[in-house]
Design a protein around this ligand. Sequence first.
Ligand code: SAM
Length: 229
Amino acid sequence: MNFDFIELTKKYSFPEKRPRHHVAPYLYVPFSKLKVIPENYPKPIERLNWEDVFINAKQPNCLDIGSGRGKFLLEFACKHKDKNILGLEIRRNCVEWLEAVIKGERLENVGILWYNVLNGLNFIENSSLEAIFYLFPDPWPKSRHSKRRAMNEEMLEELHSKLSQSGKIYFATDIEEIHNYHIELLTQSGKFHFNELQDDFDWGLPQTNKEISCLQRGKPYFRIIAEKI
Ligand SMILES: C[S@@+](CC[C@H](N)C(=O)[O-])C[C@H]1O[C@@H](n2cnc3c(N)ncnc32)[C@H](O)[C@@H]1O
């Protein structure tokens, strides 16, 4: 399949209006901390049969956290047929659209789960991932909302345990405060070698929906590659 995201949005009609995360902040809270479980909250997952997730039934070796509309997820899968990439996304309508595309195009090596990453990654084998993509994931730039951010010390520790030897986390954000927060977390952890990338450095990854929107608006963004020590 030649990858053309715009064509896919024409072929598979996109879900109605863009959901606003501010009107559903409870979605960004771990299950264990919710007093009432809302109807549109994805259930925590402990175990999975990979044949229920990937057409090729293999386990993932790449993970895309917060896939959003999924251009990156789909394009990465189309360009790397030898890798299985799993997307996690909390917005149900994005997930339903991606499921329709994956099924309709019979994309064997990409899976998408309706899931809040804050509920843990027990269903992924330790030391099994060669790449984790954490690309423009956090809609919570303000310090007072920092508790709602998916990335924190525990999350970084968990991602470290899921990475194989020399596995990498790729970070991108257009919010300088979040970028600095990522650097702080990586420095404190001491379990990664990491580099901040120059603006024009080509890291060889497909552009994400959000990245394209930043480029169109001339908005700078920040990237880090962190390698497990
Ligand atoms: C700004 S969008 C970016 C999407 C895509 N990565 C891109 O670069 O175009 C951030 C996405 O991360 C998702 N997200 C945020 N927190 C999440 C969480 N705890 N679990 C799963 N997805 C999350 C949001 O729902 C949203 O779709």
